[in-house]
Design a protein around this ligand. Sequence first.
Ligand code: CUA
Length: 360
Amino acid sequence: MPTPPRSTRFPWSGRWNGVIGASALALLLSSCSLIEIEDAPLSAVEPRGPFAEQINNLFWPVFWIAVVIFVIVQGGILFSIIAFRDRPGRKEPKQIHGNTKLEITWTVIPALILAAIAVPTVSTVFDLTECGDDAMTVEITGHQWWFEYDYPGLGIETANVMVMPADQEVCAVMTSADVLHNYWVPALNGKRYLVPGQETVLRLQADEPGEYWGHCAEFCGLSHSLMRARVLAVTDAEWDAWVSEQQAAATVPAEGTPAYEGMLLYQNLCTTCHTVNYGDASEFTNIRSDDVFRGPNLTHFSSRNVFAGAYLPYEGLSYDDALEQWLANPPDVKPGSFMPNLGLTQNDINNLTAWLATLK
Ligand code: CUA
């Protein structure tokens, strides 16, 4: 074959291939490492509950059917390329364009395969759409960039960590306070959108007590990649203990202590967005109204072990260091954070940290 004239070659051929390829690879690798994914595994093929299991049971048969089809089709292409290649003195192979029998065969076979796959797919989709009768409702609200969890029957409002009893279905009724988010805890179920002004439903259940990580799965602004979901499935005894702990009011720290100073600082700076419940009788209780901008309810802040959208502390950073960095300059740690840099002194930060530790 003659060499094509220069102008018809791909403009990115030759060494540009290498440059573009290397850049693409670097971009891919860096986007992976940014999420610090090592401490929060997100595998969709390691189901830990009945709903993820249902998806998994659908995925693998379809995957293997696809593998068989891939091998047959690609094998056929390879065979044709080699067997019917152009050689000097060779006549043109028999043409099959317009062969009705063949055309019908290779239309009917894929249609039958798709129909066969559609039956379990549709039934699974419908099964996952509606919650079971015994499910416990948890309302999930997406915020830039954290998940809020409300347990309507129990009067509990928390953030970043969803606690639930193991072996019990949770019916997550979800919405968003701002933009589209998407709730995804792959060990427990597939993804579902959180839509402003609408309700969506997601069934969640873990077979065993344990920690299950998830992530917001819809680009929702600057810190989307730092918007994580942490689900803690616990034993029945742990669940009862957690509920009574969360229902209790916080305890006002003793006057004159750093924690008390921290609380006063909070009362001055943070009550527009945050809530802390010290009980109905306490002058320090502040419940922000529903229609203002919402930051997380801090009443049991230190019981969660994570903060800032469950992003902090990431692996390799201690809880105390992470909290200090966060209070010193939130938007620096989490780009776009609506918690502003409050210009706190080291003394302020020490007092606030001491105060937050009392919110168990
Ligand atoms: Cu929320 Cu991405």
